[in-house]
Design a protein around this ligand. Structure first.
Ligand SMILES: *Cc1c(COP(=O)(O)O)cnc(C)c1O
Length: 450
């Protein structure tokens, strides 16, 4: 029995579970979507909350610019660029034997400064928010100050009285650890078994305490949460439930709007924008999608991508059980090479907040992510980590489903010819050269096999 029903009963009521259990690549377009005006009401946060987060990041910009040289060119704002990837689009059309109209673009969060992944948005934001709260309460800082003053021995000694803890498969720990340690916090990162050695080494080199677990992400988070609870000076960054993480990610929406405008890309009813977001626990893609819906309303179409071995958000939204169900309940092993996506149980907060805003979910095999990693490098010269490729097949999944989903959201071939498809590349820049070579070798081998 699984949550009160036999597997056969589950297959009868929710047929796609059969494909998920068989680890087949699966696509599901969500019939429960609602217009943005209604769906955004589910979130419990507003545009004012996102604007507040954005203003906070602006206050910290002088500090970041001073402490992290790589943010100097952007004035201390942590943002990535967008680039067109027409050669990849061509290669995908050949690979999938399918016409792919519209324009394919890449959002390079893989190259975000400081920690080289999408986690540089939410993770760093939450640390900054916590630091600001503490410093304001202690009269170490006022909202009008130049926050560069936090780059001082006095401020570091102050933050040194406090601890930050987080459970992570790697990238969140990197963002929290690097940022927290720079401010002077005592940071502990609870790492799941799948976390890469180089990420642990890097964190330790920054003075971060890394605790390693033999089990998966959920256990690392639970252990971290438990240890933090026992200590009043410790702030736990709760990847499964944090509103601040979510808000840090959501700032991306307004910024993307400016970037598209600058690139002369229209987004309206006749020029839809599709965004493909790799999903682990859901905070990063959920927060970004929230910001996108606020910025573009019904003209943006957000689709989540997960590994075939870890389809937790699809399972949670599809069954309506959210965090009450895990992929392991159905015998799916949650073992994947896609860092950051090896999550068996989705965030209940994000699933419930965003279930009427997310139009589709699909799964990708590890082999396909590796193949696409090599194809991306060959066609566009972009080097990404495997998880960052999960968004790439999205354009083909959407266009293969004209009848059902596209008809339902009212998009015909005319609009689709003018669509922009944005693949959110979530990580890769900090992968050591020898690891990247190994990824590429594996991907090329798979590509050669076809
Ligand atoms: C964390 C991560 C994601 C997904 O973010 P969640 O908040 O876990 O859903 C996607 N890609 C990479 C590279 C990540 O590190």
């Amino acid at each position: 029995m699984i949550l009160g029903k036999t597997l056969e009963n589950w297959y009868a009521s929710h047929p796609l579970i059969r494909d998920l259990v068989a680890l087949q690549e699966t696509t599901w377009f969500n019939p429960g979507v609602a217009p943005a005006a209604q769906a955004l009401g589910d979130v419990g946060l507003t545009a004012a909350d996102v604007a507040d987060a954005s203003a906070r990041l602006t206050r910290f910009a002088p500090y970041l610019q001073r402490v992290f040289v790589e943010t100097q060119s952007s004035g201390g704002i942590i943002e990535s660029d967008i680039v067109p990837v027409p050669q990849l689009q061509q290669a995908l059309a050949e690979r999938y034997g399918q016409a792919l109209p519209g324009a394919l673009w890449l959002k390079r969060d893989s190259h975000l400064p400081i920690s080289g992944s999408i986690k540089a948005r939410g993770g760093i934001y939450e640390v900054l928010k916590h630091a600001e709260d503490l410093a304001l309460a202690a009269n170490l800082l006022t909202l009008e100050d130049d926050y560069a003053l936090l780059d001082s021995d006095k401020a570091r000694a102050f933050f040194g009285q406090y601890k930050i803890a987080v459970g992570s498969t790697g990238n969140l720990g990197m963002s929290i650890g690097i940022m927290g340690a720079a401010l002077g916090f005592q940071v502990t990162v609870h790492m799941s078994a799948d976390a890469r050695q180089w990420k642990k080494d890097k964190l330790r080199s920054h003075g971060v305490t890394v605790v390693e677990y033999a089990s998966d992400y959920s256990v690392a988070v639970a252990q971290g949460r438990q240890q933090a609870q026992a200590d009043a000076t410790c702030h736990f960054v709760d990847d499964e439930n944090s509103v601040n993480l979510f808000l840090g990610y959501s700032v991306a929406g307004e910024r993307l709007k400016q970037q598209l405008a600058a690139a002369n890309i229209t987004c309206d009813a006749q020029h839809p924008l599709f965004v493909y977001l790799p999903c682990g626990v859901g905070g990063a893609p959920g927060g970004v999608a929230f910001g996108l819906k606020l910025a573009f309303g019904d003209h943006v179409h957000c689709i989540f991508a997960e590994p075939t071995h870890s389809p937790c958000m699809m399972l949670g939204v599809y069954t309506g059980l959210h965090d009450e169900v895990s992929v392991q309940d159905f015998g799916i092993d949650n073992v994947t090479a896609a860092d950051g996506l090896a999550v068996g149980r989705a965030s209940g907060f994000v699933g419930k907040a965003m279930q009427r805003s997310l139009e589709g979910f699909y799964t990708v095999s590890d082999e396909e992510m590796y193949s696409l990693l090599a194809l991306m490098e060959r066609s566009e010269g972009q080097r990404l980590e495997p998880s960052a490729l999960a968004g790439v097949p999205g354009i083909a999944r959407v266009l293969a489903d004209q009848q059902d989903y596209l008809a339902r959201v009212g998009l015909g071939s005319e609009a689709m010819a003018q669509a922009t498809h944005l693949v959110w590349a979530t990580g890769g820049n900090m992968v050591p050269a020898d690891e990247m070579d190994a990824y590429l070798a594996k991907g090329r081998e798979l590509l050669a096999k076809g």
